[in-house]
Each structure stands twice: as structure tokens, then as C-alpha cells.
Design a protein around this ligand. Structure first.
Ligand SMILES: [Zn+2]
Length: 451
């Protein structure tokens, strides 16, 4: 017994040391404590916010007014930082890999950042910048991969949207045609193509839905979308049968022989895509196939509220968008929207608590496994709950990003990219300026998809 105890203790302490190693201790008071310091309480904040004036919020460090508008000083700090980081990024990109066209680490990601800055500021020069970058990628398509984040579907879909915004319909259509030429290889069941978001079918599906959101419904016809969706569902059913899990998890997926849970390579990213209204998955499939599969993954939750990176992994380690709660939370929020059951929202809130505690990552400030990607989970939760606690948390993670580079984080391989580096942090900071319309880049679809 003594031995068991000490082993257990060791495991426990080991876990804590590990956590310490992966994330910084969150130095910010949480929302309730900040409210208390401001002499407000959660229950009455709506009313008392009207009585208490701007000076209260300024004085006590709440970064927004009672109506959720970000306070002027914080806006100014963010704007100044964005300008500074953009300069650093442009300088750094001079030595970046000219052939990396992906949204994840390459030039399409930079085009997406400028598209975002155009959306937030309406400054046309950002749109033209975006065009410059995407043109470069369109000359360099390599035909190796098919997804929005890591393959040719990214530059083609982003190109189509930029040309559409510039009213160059011919060029836009050309991109769409090329994107649809990939379709055949996606729906082929015999291919070795996985289903996950970064390299598989769900990542191609995202590109199709992105076009219909950004350019308009029907840009990609329903039947093309349906075929991709069906291929994903068939593939999930097949693996579930092979693994004898049809009762518990009717749609099962793997990548490199591992059943991943997270958003990037795993089931939560795939289920999230299948639940998008624009994917038009029929109600019966949603209820009989998708929902029980989601519930199966939910039962793998750690006591902390975090999720494992794969079904066979039992260590509570990673709090990234790619692996762990910051990715799974998007699946839970979408499940709440689609199935309207409180349990999904409750667990999304639990994810949020873990992210708040362990989300200031030593890996850096990026989207995929960094503080910005984790900060986005708060913004998304703010959209569906309208609870300012989550806006507050997002603002605090943004405040952390204002000290970009000062925390001694690891430098990622692509330090200026959208998903690993600086472009991601700039994207997140710019969304804090318009928190009500923010969206996770290259993963969440636009406002027209919201209910
Ligand atoms: Zn990652």
C-alpha cells in the first residue's frame, strides 16, 4: 500500500511539474475577482455597469465597458502593438521559405491575416496586400495535399475569396474550378486520404464551406458538399465496424493508426465540421451517428476538464487547439447549438476553466499550440453565452500577447506564420477589437453560419 501511495504521489507531482513546464502560471485575477475589485458582482453587473461610469472600468482594469465595447486605452494599446508586430513580421518574412504556400505555416496564412485586417479596418490596402500574397501561392501550388490548412485548397479558396472581393470574377471562378478538380480524389474511398482537418477530407470540406460562407450560398453546389460529407461518414462507419465500436462510437477516425481526439488530427475536428449547418448533414445522421460519437469522446474527459490527445493516451498534458480542451471546446459548443442540450455547454465551460488555468503556453503565442489559439476559445464561448467572463478572459490572453516575446517562450520553426507564430497573434489581437464578430481563423466559419 505504501508503495502504491508513493507511486501515486509521484505521478501526481510529476503531472504538476509537467504542467509547470508547459504553461506559465496565469498571473491575472479571474473575472469574479476583478469584478469584486471593481466593487461589482456578477449578478448585478448588467445594471450596476450602467451606473458606474467609464472611470470604474478603467481604474480597476476591466478592459471593456458594460456593453462589451473594449475601452479606448486598451484599443489603442492593441492597435499600436499590431502595427509593431506587423513590421516585425514583414521583416522576418523576407527570409521565410518561398515555397511554403500553406495557410498553416506559409503565405496563404499571411494572406488570411491581411484579409482579416481588411475586415476589421475596411482599409483597402490590406486587401491588396492579401492579393499580393495569395498570387504568390497560386503560382506555387504543388498538388501534394488537399486541405485548406496544409494543402492546395487553402490558396485556391482564399484566392477565390480575394478575387471575388476585388470583383475579379473570372479569376475567382478559375480558383473555384481548380479547387473542385481536387474533389474526385477526396471522395474516393479507396484512397489513403485520412479524414482529419489538417491533411484529410474534413480539411477539404472546410474549404468548400468557406467559399459558400464568404462568396455566397451555392458557390459550391450542395451535391459536391454532400459527396465529401458522405465519404467522411462512410470512412467513420468502416473504422467503427472494424474496431467493433458501432454501438458506442458509430463514427470512428484515426490518423497514422492513432485515434486522435483533438481538433487538428482528431475526431472533435471532424465532428465539428459535420455539425456545420452548411454541411447539410441530415438530422437522422446527426442524431444517430454524430451525437453518440461525440458523447463517446466526451466520456474520455479528464477530471481536470481537459481531454486526451488520443483515445489510448491517459496523460493530462496538452492544452492546445491541436490537442486538448482548446480544440474540443469548439466541438462542444457546436453540439450545444445543434442538439440544444445544456451538458455540452457546461462541459465547454469546464474546458474554458482549464484553458484559463493552463493556457498561457510556453510553446508561444500562435494559433495551433499557443496562447492566441487558446484565447480564441474564450471569444467563441462569449459569442454563445454573452457572458462577459469569457470576454474578460480573452482580453487577458490578449494582454499577455501584448508582451509578445517577453516571456521567454520557445521560438517556433515558422516564427511569423499564422498557425505557429506572429501572424496568429496579430490575428487574435485584431479580433479583440471586434470581439462580437471574431472567429477562429481557418477553422470557424463566418457570421452567416451563426445562429
Ligand atoms: Zn499544434
Amino acid at each position: 500500500m505504501g508503495e502504491t501511495m508513493s507511486k501515486r504521489l509521484k505521478l501526481h507531482l510529476g503531472g504538476e511539474a509537467e504542467m509547470e513546464e508547459r504553461a506559465f502560471t496565469n498571473p491575472f485575477p479571474d473575472y469574479e475577482a476583478a469584478l469584486a475589485a471593481a466593487g461589482l458582482t456578477t449578478g448585478t453587473s448588467e445594471e450596476s455597469g450602467c451606473v458606474r461610469t467609464q472611470s470604474t472600468t478603467d481604474e480597476f482594469g476591466l478592459p471593456f465597458h458594460h456593453d462589451g465595447k473594449i475601452i479606448h486605452n486598451f484599443v489603442r494599446r492593441i492597435q499600436t502593438k499590431i502595427k509593431d508586430l506587423l513590421q516585425q513580421m514583414e521583416e522576418g518574412l523576407k527570409t521565410a521559405d518561398p515555397h511554403d504556400c500553406s495557410a498553416y505555416t506559409g503565405w496563404t496564412g499571411i494572406a488570411l491575416l491581411y484579409l482579416q485586417l481588411y475586415r476589421v479596418t475596411c482599409d483597402q490596402t490590406y486587401l491588396l496586400r492579401s492579393l499580393d500574397y495569395v498570387k504568390r501561392t497560386l503560382r506555387n501550388l504543388n498538388g501534394r495535399r488537399v486541405t485548406f490548412l496544409c494543402g492546395d485548397a487553402g490558396p485556391l479558396a482564399v484566392g477565390a475569396v480575394i478575387y471575388h472581393k476585388l470583383k475579379s470574377d473570372c479569376e475567382s471562378q478559375e480558383c473555384i474550378t481548380k479547387l473542385l478538380q481536387l474533389h474526385r480524389s477526396i471522395v474516393c474511398q479507396e484512397s489513403e486520404l485520412p479524414d482529419e482537418l489538417l491533411f484529410g477530407r474534413a480539411g477539404y470540406l472546410y474549404a468548400l464551406l468557406y467559399l459558400n460562407t464568404e462568396i455566397g450560398p451555392g458557390t459550391v453546389c450542395e451535391s459536391a458538399i454532400k459527396e465529401v460529407v458522405n465519404a467522411i461518414i462512410e470512412s467513420g462507419k468502416t473504422l467503427s465496424r472494424e474496431e467493433r465500436k458501432t454501438d458506442r462510437c458509430p463514427l470512428l477516425y484515426q490518423w497514422h493508426r492513432k485515434q486522435y481526439v483533438g481538433a487538428a488530427h482528431g475526431m472533435s475536428g471532424i465532428y465539428y465540421m459535420l455539425m456545420q449547418p452548411a454541411a447539410k448533414v441530415d438530422q437522422e445522421t446527426l442524431i444517430e451517428m454524430v451525437k453518440p460519437s461525440i458523447d463517446y469522446v466526451r466520456h474520455k474527459k479528464f477530471r481536470s476538464g481537459n481531454y486526451p490527445s488520443s483515445l489510448s493516451n491517459e496523460t493530462d498534458r496538452l492544452v492546445h487547439w491541436c490537442h486538448g480542451a482548446p480544440g474540443v471546446i469548439h466541438m462542444l459548443m457546436q453540439a450545444y447549438k445543434v442538439f440544444k442540450e445544456e451538458k455540452y455547454l457546461k462541459e465547454a465551460m469546464e474546458c474554458s476553466d482549464v484553458i484559463w488555468q493552463r493556457g498561457l503556453l510556453r510553446k508561444g503565442y500562435g494559433i495551433c499550440h499557443g496562447t492566441s489559439g487558446n484565447g480564441y476559445s474564450f471569444l467563441s464561448l462569449y459569442h454563445i453565452t454573452k457572458d462577459k467572463k469569457y470576454l474578460y478572459r480573452a482580453c487577458k490572453f490578449a494582454e499577455w500577447c501584448l508582451d509578445y516575446g517577453a516571456h521567454g517562450c520557445r521560438i517556433p520553426d515558422r516564427p511569423y506564420s499564422l498557425f505557429e507564430g506572429m501572424a496568429g497573434a496579430i490575428h487574435f489581437l485584431s479580433d479583440i477589437l471586434v470581439p462580437e464578430t471574431s472567429r477562429f481563423p481557418a477553422f470557424e466559419l463566418g457570421c452567416s453560419q451563426r445562429n
